[in-house]
Ligand binder design. Structure first.
Ligand SMILES: [Zn+2]
Length: 316
């Protein structure tokens, strides 16, 4: 039996995990996140079609691992997701959570959670992801002081399934085979994922998401305005120095630089839009419209760019 994981599903798990456990956050404040998988079974295989981040742990320095509670809101989200899936002849095929900075395995709490999934669906799976394992290609030791284990081409997670549900919380478990789809090779997967983690660390914060994007858009607009003003000043200097013949050439070069800047910013804006797919389910309704509003300021600016460039050209 094999678990099939689409690229987008894998990226969602990485993004949701890294958002709450990355180099910009002190390690003591790293939080676990969890969610569910939607999909279907094909014989013994599990075909994952979608993944949903549901919640993150609250910061509690005294908490032991996996001590998090789903709120009523989270259970509501789960039932909406399940209903939507049902309308497509799909269902919840398992759950996932993160062990930020510690070993990929199942705790007693994880076994209990997995048991509840497997009691409903014997083929249900449990995925545990540690972003540090992916970044450093190391497995953390069982206990402090033991050596770290070097890995090679490891996606940072394992998928588990209980051996015998009838054993209850005493059930042992095994690794399940999986395949991540959408990459040319495992080497490419590792390389792209490590780069993706940097983007998420810098641009998909757990807090102050609006401030971050507002600042970004404002800075990009200011920079664009500075480029336009700079162009005009440059051209004025040329005229003053009696070098008007160079105006068309300079104007063309400046135009090209501005277009390049706009294209680069467009990619960043598209990234932010993509990151909205990695929000927790309960955040979507409030966060996405607000972020779209913030990003639309850039679109408004760009829609006036051609006129502005024409205006400058007309002056010379
Ligand atoms: Zn766990």
């Amino acid at each position: 039996m094999t678990v099939f994981i689409p690229k987008k599903v894998y990226l969602t798990i990485i993004a949701a995990a890294v958002r709450f456990a990355n180099q910009r956050i002190p390690k003591d404040d790293w939080l676990e996140v969890s969610g569910v998988f939607i999909g279907k079974n094909d014989g013994e295989d599990v075909i994952i079609t979608a993944v949903y981040p549901i919640m993150h742990q609250e910061l509690d320095k005294d908490a032991v691992i996996d001590q998090y509670k789903w709120s009523n809101e989270d259970y509501e989200a789960l039932s909406i997701i399940d209903d939507e899936a049902f309308s497509r002849n799909e269902f919840t095929v398992g759950w996932w959570h993160t062990h930020p900075g510690f070993k990929v395995m199942m705790s007693h709490i994880d076994i209990r959670t997995t048991l509840s999934y497997q009691q409903n669906n014997p083929l249900a799976i449990s995925l545990v992801f540690n972003p540090v394992r992916l970044i450093r290609q190391l497995e953390m030791p069982d206990k402090k002081g033991d050596p770290e284990i070097q890995l090679e081409n490891d996606p940072g997670f394992k998928i588990f399934r209980l051996d015998d549900v009838n054993q209850g919380i005493k059930a042992s478990y095994h690794d399940a085979e999986y395949k991540i789809e959408g990459y040319d090779s495992i080497e490419q997967l590792i390389k792209l994922s490590q780069k993706f983690i940097i983007d998420i660390t810098n641009f998909f914060p757990k807090d102050n998401i609006f401030d971050t994007y507002e600042k970004f858009v404002k800075q990009k607009i200011n920079q664009l305005n500075a480029l336009l003003i700079g162009t005009e000043e440059y051209l004025m200097t040329l005229v003053r120095k009696g070098e008007s013949s160079r105006v068309p050439e300079v104007l063309e070069n400046q135009n090209r630089d501005i277009r390049k800047y706009v294209a680069e910013t467009f990619i960043k804006i598209e990234n932010i839009k993509e990151f909205m797919d990695y929000l927790e389910y309960k955040e979507r309704e409030t966060v996405i419209p607000q972020v779209n509003l913030i990003l639309s300021e850039w679109d408004d600016t760009i829609s006036k760019l051609n006129d502005k460039l024409k205006e400058i050209a007309k002056k010379f």
